[in-house]
Design a protein around this ligand. Structure first.
Ligand code: HEC
Length: 162
């Protein structure tokens, strides 16, 4: 047999073999009453952008693409979703106190401004998640307005408590 064929068969067997390595994709939850989109600080346009470009890694509503069910890409997807949710989870937004929310909004503004999010590997696989300059400006401006809203919301809570 030719060496090239042997190598191909070898690679194929490795590919089959790694499918048996267990990967746990973080679970999906579609009912999230504490979600940022329901919190009143997000308009429809921003909500659409966050859903398309961020929610797969930063919410409990991950939309798993076909390649997330196949090793080795499944390992990468599982890792990004796990780490992304840990870093910032839009589904549990209202569980954060004011200071935390302000910190997140500030971080969002900077990762959008320096184009480090959404991750390059993600936009490569999902071109529609790539943000235009206009969309980036919109998100940065929203994050700033949202900081004011978060502070107001906190003051209202204080007043209600008396
Ligand atoms: C493919 C998964 C993925 C997508 C899509 C994604 N992120 Fe992330 N994000 C991550 C991971 C993983 C981390 C933690 C590691 C890191 O910082 O690179 C992270 C970190 C962050 C952080 C914290 C980083 C810091 O330095 O403070 C912010 C804020 C953030 N992402 C915002 C966003 C926003 C906003 C979007 C959408 C425009 C987005 N991300 C899209 C995976 C993703």
């Amino acid at each position: 047999m030719k060496l090239g064929n042997l190598i191909l068969i070898g690679l194929f067997l490795v590919f089959i073999g790694i499918q048996f390595v267990p990967t746990e994709l973080p679970s999906v939850e579609s009912n999230n009453p504490e979600d940022i989109i329901q919190s009143g600080i997000v308009n429809e346009e921003v909500a659409g952008i966050l859903k398309t470009s961020c929610y797969s890694c930063h919410s409990n509503e991950t939309n798993y693409p076909w390649y997330s069910y196949m090793a080795p890409s499944s390992w990468l997807v599982a890792k990004d979703v796990r780490e992304g949710r840990k870093e910032l989870n839009f589904s549990t937004w209202q569980e954060n106190d004011m200071i935390k929310k302000l910190g997140y909004l500030d971080d969002i503004s900077s990762v959008i401004d320096d184009e480090s999010m959404p991750m390059g590997i993600y936009t490569l696989m999902h071109p529609s998640a790539k943000l235009t300059e206009e969309q980036r400006e919109l998100i940065v401006a929203w994050a700033e307005d949202a900081m004011d809203l978060v502070v107001e919301e906190d003051e209202e809570d204080w007043e209600e408590e008396g």
